[in-house]
Structure formats: C-alpha cells, structure tokens
Design a protein around this ligand. Structure first.
Ligand SMILES: [Ca+2]
Length: 485
C-alpha cells in the first residue's frame, strides 16, 4: 500500500534514516579494534612539545596526545634497546628472559665485576610474541623498522630470528645508518634514518589490510645515533629560540620533526580510511634520550642509565572509541604492559596466569581513579654500558620512591651501594635519602631481592682475575644498617 500523505512519507524517511544510522553505528561498534604501535628509538621524555619542550616541534604527536592519554610516569623496561624490545614483544621483564643487554653487547674483561656471559643474545622462538597471539585472534600483523632481537643484524644470519619467525605476516627490517650497514634505500641527503621508507611501508600496509583487523608496528630507527638530518631543517633549529641550551640540539630537533611528520601521516591515513576511531594507537620510545647529545632535563643522565633520564619515556595512547580526549595519567606503566593491554583490547582471554609480567592498562582508558594497582616496577642491568658509562645495577620504583642498587660497591662491600630518591619531590634524583630513610631503603631493597630471585636474574660477580678499575669508597661500616643477599 502506498502512503499518499507527504507528511507521513517524510516521517517514514526520517525513521528509516535513523534505523540505518543506528545499524551503521552498531556494526562499527562491533568491529574488532585495530592496533598501531609507533616506537621511537632513544627519544627522551622531555623532547616532545606536549611533554613541555618549546624547542622541539611535534604538532602531530601533540595532537595525538589531545585525542587520548598522555602518560607522565611511563617507563621503558630497560635503559637500552634490545631488552625493551624483548619486553614489548613478550610482556615479560628482560631479566626473566635473561635478555638484559643490547645485542650483541660488550663483555669487558678488565672491570671490577665479571658480568654474566650466558645472557640471551636473541629472542628465542619459543617465546610467544604479541604478533603470534594476535595472529591466533585473526589479526594480520606487520612489523617495519628496527628489530634488534635477532642473532645478527643482517641477513642471512638474522633470518632465523627475524620478525617473520615471530608471528609477523609482513616485515621489513631496517638498521641505523652507518658505513657498513648502508642500504639501497639510504641515500645521501635523503631519508637518513629510514623514516620515509618505513612510513611508506606502514601506509601501504594500512591500505592493503584496511578490511581485516590488523596489528601494525612501526619501529623507527630515529632519533638514534648518528645525528644526521637535512641541512635546511637543522639551520631552522639552529636559529630557533633556546638552541643554545644544553637540552636543545638542533640536529635532534630536525630529526624529531621528521619523526613527527611520519606520525601525522599515519594518523591522516587512519582517518581517511575511517579507522582512527577504532584503532588503539600507541606511541612510545624504547629508552631515554642520549644525554651527551642533549640533556634530559628535568631528569638525571639518559640512555643507558637507571636514573630517570634513561628509563622514563614518553607514552601516548589514543583510541577515540573508548578513550576521552586530553587525559593526563600519572599511573606508573612499563613496556611490559603493552602485550596484556593489546590482548585485552583485542578481546583475548587474559585469565591464564604467568604468561607475562605486565599489567593490562585498559582500566585507565575508561576511568581515572582506582586504576591498575601497580605496586612496584623493577629493572636489572648486570652489565657495563660503554656508550654511557653505566655500571651494573638494579632498581625498583615503589610508590613515589626509587631505589638503585649498585652492584660494584655491594659486592666489594664498600660505600654508596644504595641510592634512594623521592621522585615526587626530586625528579632529578639529586638528593639521596638513603641515610635519612633507611627503613624505606631496607624495605625496597628486600622487595628488589625477592624479585631478583623470582625472575632468576643473572648477577655479576667479583672479577678476581684482572682488576684495573678500582671500586671507589671505603669500607661500609658507618651505617647502622646491614644488607645481605
Ligand atoms: Ca634505543
């Protein structure tokens, strides 16, 4: 029967359109969530506009922060590359994986301590990675960029443990620019750090896989050494206000601008494909910035160190479907949290215990109180890091406190074994509270000891063969506290 009344016809049309829109919304809500992770290399916490820098220009990263959550207490699982990347892939502490140094590391013989020799110098295939888990949930997975978890950097030796063997459908591994690793896509005065190459691969992956749920990891080589960028861009930063400050490095400024542009291109593509709304987009760094190039103010030291400069990193998570705009979170997070968080967002069952050390961060997405209930976070570095001067140490963050234990003085029973800081008052870790708050230090050191035993962390030992570096300090007798391992 045809309805002749134009008024009724109009109402029918409106109702039909409403039903159609509701149906569209419902089908959009029911779609699986895509995941894009952008990892910067050696990018410091303070080297981004939305983290307070007025020198480094990051409009796209700042915009991303406005669309979601900016974390102010995010940590990398290690102060150097490979262990953090292993933690991202597995959700486990590097110490539990026994993958505690950059691959292949260095093994100095003339130091006061003998460092563990049999640490894991590649990510074993038996480890179940985030990509393998997502594949089992029906996701297509892509990895483009820095991997640093194979036995060797270059093929053919790298192939046995490259991303394709760890659950990625598509992969393309790149390396930092250097004379012996120069590749055909690295040309003089062009794409110094592979940013354009990686971005192009990322955009192609999004185009090709837009119809299926996907996990895309874009793992940049920038802003890692060597410091190289287009001269015109460097000039712009040389002439910028603040270029004379020790925190501000014009070449790094230019490198960060290129990185930021790439982030913008990925966001633009996701929006143009209608995918931004239901994509969990994680932007992070693998460790702190190198303080020899640029001070990591307000933090002490930088890459390599267990001071905040080495491990406090930028982290932004956007997911417009669930996360409100412009949230700033002070929750303490770590690289080990990405795996459980991503799995939760992909509707995976997280009930199987002991598969990972991280915590699902998704409660932070919808609520701003009583969030993830993290009590402590730990780090373990039983090596010497030539590049930064870092010595063997372990650390714990507990509430506002951070304790670092230096293994040289501990094993030689000399002074300065423990440093304790209240980060709520002293972000720059300049006021060691060890003598003022020994009860807190003892409590935290005991927690650290329990964790070291639990993850079976490999410890350094006294090097009795050849000692050329003397351990500084006298005997450890002036304190009324005693520690034992
Ligand atoms: Ca790094």
């Amino acid at each position: 029967m045809k309805i002749k009344n134009p008024k009724i016809n109009f109402y029918y049309s409106v109702i039909s359109v409403c039903f159609f829109l509701i149906a569209c919304q419902k089908s959009r809500e029911a779609l699986p969530t895509n995941v894009v992770m952008i990892i910067a290399d050696d990018l410091g916490w303070s080297q981004i506009g939305c983290y307070g820098s007025s020198f480094y220009k990051t409009p796209n990263i700042d915009e991303l922060a406005k669309s979601g959550i900016r974390f102010t207490n995010a940590y990398s699982a290690a102060s150097i590359c490979s262990p953090t990347r292993a933690a991202i892939m597995t959700g486990k502490y590097p110490a539990r994986l026994n993958l505690t140094d950059f691959i292949p590391g260095n093994n100095p013989k003339n130091k006061p301590l003998r460092t563990p020799e049999n640490w894991q110098k590649f990510l074993p295939l038996k480890e179940v990675t985030i990509a393998e888990k997502m594949q089992s949930l029906g996701y297509l997975t892509g990895f483009f960029g820095k991997w640093h978890l194979s036995k060797e950097k270059l093929p053919p030796e790298s192939l046995s443990h490259n991303p394709k063997m760890q659950g990625f459908n598509e992969s393309f591994v790149t390396y930092k620019p250097s004379s012996n690793l120069i590749q055909h896509w690295q040309m003089e005065n062009n794409d110094f750090h592979n940013v354009d190459t990686l971005t192009k691969r990322g955009l192609e992956f999004l185009n090709e896989n837009q119809k299926s749920p996907f996990l895309l990891i874009l793992s940049h080589n920038t802003i890692h050494d060597p410091l190289l960028e287009n001269k015109k861009m460097i000039n712009k930063y040389e002439n910028s206000k603040g270029s004379d400050k020790m925190e501000n490095n014009p070449i790094i400024g230019a490198m960060i601008e290129t990185l930021d542009k790439s982030v913008g291109q990925i966001i633009k593509k996701l929006k143009s494909l209608g995918l931004f709304y239901n994509t969990l987009l994680i932007f992070c760094s693998d460790n702190g910035g190198k303080h020899k190039h640029a001070l990591q103010t307000p933090f002490k030291k930088g890459k390599g160190w267990l001071y905040e400069g080495g491990i406090r990193v930028p982290l932004i998570i956007s997911w417009p479907k669930k996360i409100k705009k412009s949230i700033v979170s002070e929750e303490i997070t770590s690289s080990i949290d990405f795996l459980p968080t991503i799995l939760k967002v992909a509707n995976s069952d997280l009930s199987q215990k002991n598969q990972y050390d991280g915590i699902d961060l998704s409660p932070i997405f919808t609520s701003q109180t009583n969030l993830i209930n993290r009590n402590e976070l730990f780090w373990h570095y039983p090596h010497y890091h030539n590049g930064s001067g870092m010595k063997p140490a372990s650390a714990i963050r507990w509430k506002n406190y951070k304790l670092i234990e230096w293994h040289e003085p501990t094993l030689y029973n000399t002074d300065n074994q423990i440093e304790l800081y209240d980060l709520s008052l002293d972000q720059g870790e300049s006021n060691n509270l060890f003598l003022k708050k020994p009860e807190i230090a003892i409590q935290m050191r005991n927690k650290l000891k329990v964790w070291i035993n639990e993850v079976k962390a490999k410890m350094p030992e006294v090097n009795e063969v050849q000692i050329t570096d003397k351990v500084k300090g006298g005997t450890f007798t002036n304190l009324n506290v005693s520690f034992t391992y």
